[in-house]
Design a protein around this ligand. Structure first.
Ligand SMILES: [Zn+2]
Ligand SMILES: [Zn+2]
Length: 78
């Protein structure tokens, strides 16, 4: 029995399967993972971009560092 764990930024959150192809065979269970590197990533450390799930590690590697400090969110819905 293996646990699938998010390994982004030292995270050790245990992931829940999103799809159980065969509920009795854990090898067929599908876990949320990054579409870029194929490594498991929890919701907190992965973002869906253009329909692809990309972990924080790959997002940092793909683009320039974003200064997401909420400065552009002065006018937003709630
Ligand atoms: Zn990744
Ligand atoms: Zn995580």
């Amino acid at each position: 029995m293996r646990a699938v764990i998010c390994g982004v930024d030292g995270c050790s959150r245990r992931l829940q399967p999103v799809l159980k192809v065969d509920p009795r065979d854990r090898d067929t269970w599908v876990y949320p993972e990054c579409d870029e590197c194929g490594r498991p990533a929890c919701d907190e450390h992965a973002t869906v971009v253009d329909g692809r799930r990309v972990c924080d590690r790959c997002r940092r590697a793909a683009g320039p560092p974003l200064l997401d400090l909420g400065l552009d969110r002065l006018t937003g819905p709630g």
